[in-house]
Design a protein. Sequence first.
Length: 269
Amino acid sequence: MTPRPRRVLGAAVARGWLLVLLLLVWEAAARRAGDLYFPPPTRIVRTMRELWWSGPPSRLWLSEQAVDDFVPSLARLLLGWALAGVAGVVVGVGIGLSRVAFHLADPVLQFGRAVPPPALIPFFMVVFGLGTSMHLAVVVFGAVWPVLLNTADGVRSVEPLHLDSARVCGLGGWARLRYVVLPAAAPRIFTGLRVALGFALILVVVAELMGSADGIGTRLNAAEREFRPDRLWAGIVLLGAVGCVLNALFLLVERRALAWHRGARRMST
């Protein structure tokens, strides 16, 4: 085995042993308790396979139930997160570029960030009804704040010397924004987007629990009504797995997008 695969395997073992240990303890404790509300991981995995991965190989073993549950939830999550990201970056840049605008808007931003998004679900239901628009409104309202505030802080933290140098070099306002401000604020922007992605996953499920005809949240509601704790746990484990996968994919994109930034920091040191 070459050194690189050996390092990768060693890192996987070092990071995965605790998870394996926890699963073994969970399995043993659940079997010993014999509690209907506390199923062992093997039963949860079997239920997940029956629900979502019992389809044909041509469809990557996804069942019809998986398509009905995954596609609506992921579409709402990603669309709501994208809308929150665009709005947060645009407004955050505008506020961060103006000291006066920042001080005027900061109390409103802090108030809005403090409002729990689930508390507005009844209002969004009245305004948008029980459709996708309501789900998107909940996700956007909850996910926009980390992007907006991190973007504003990133823009405000740009070194004035860099802006002055760009101005001396003849760069106009849009050019300074593109080549100086946004690159300097990019690490903070990506941090806000990653936090917002976790919020979006939570909020889309909360919105679906409150009212939806499809999605993972609807599956959790059905498991509760049918008194199926194994399906309830299957949904919980699935959401945790989806969150881990989305976070890993985002970190991969972030590393590639900010590779220049890490290189610049190494050169400066």
